[in-house]
Ligand binder design. Structure first.
Ligand code: ZN
Length: 133
C-alpha cells in the first residue's frame, strides 16, 4: 500500500459544500464527476500534495445517502493508492480483512477501486485505488 490517495467526505449538498471547502482551502475544487454506478456526485480539491473528495448521494439507495442517514455528514473513507490492486486484495483477504467488492470497479478520477468492510478495519471504510493507465 502506498500513500493516502485522498480522503472522502460525505455531504448532503455538493454545491454548498464546494463553496464551504473552497473558502476553507482558499481555492475552488478542480473537477466534478458523476459516478452513476455508485449513485454519487463527486468533486475534488487539491490541498498541497493531498486530495479531498466530496461525495453527495444522487438517490436514496446510494451508499453515501445511507451513510449520511446513519451517521450524518463527515469523513466517509480513506483511500490508499496501490500499484497492483488484485494482488493487494489477495494479500488483505489472506490477512482476514473483509473485502466488499473483490472485483475492482471503476470509481471516480480514472481509478479502479475496492473497498474494505469497516467492521474489519476498526470502523474505517478503506478504499484501495489503482490508476487506470
Ligand atoms: Zn474515494
Amino acid at each position: 500500500m502506498n500513500k493516502i490517495e485522498h480522503i472522502g467526505i460525505a455531504v448532503t449538498d455538493l454545491e454548498k459544500s464546494n463553496e464551504l471547502f473552497a473558502s476553507l482551502f482558499g481555492k475552488p475544487h478542480y473537477k466534478t464527476e458523476d459516478v452513476e454506478s455508485e449513485g454519487v456526485k463527486t468533486s475534488f480539491f487539491q490541498v498541497g500534495s493531498n486530495k479531498i473528495e466530496l461525495l453527495e448521494g444522487t438517490n436514496e439507495n446510494s451508499p453515501i445517502s445511507k451513510f449520511i442517514e446513519k451517521k450524518g455528514e463527515g469523513v466517509h473513507h480513506i483511500a490508499f493508492a496501490v500499484d497492483d490492486i488484485l494482488s493487494e486484495v489477495a494479500r488483505l483477504k489472506k490477512e482476514g480483512f473483509i473485502i466488499l467488492n473483490e472485483i475492482p470497479k471503476k470509481g471516480a478520477d480514472n481509478k479502479l477501486v475496492v473497498f474494505l468492510h469497516p467492521k474489519s478495519t476498526n470502523g474505517v471504510l478503506i478504499e484501495l485505488c489503482q490508476e487506470i493507465i
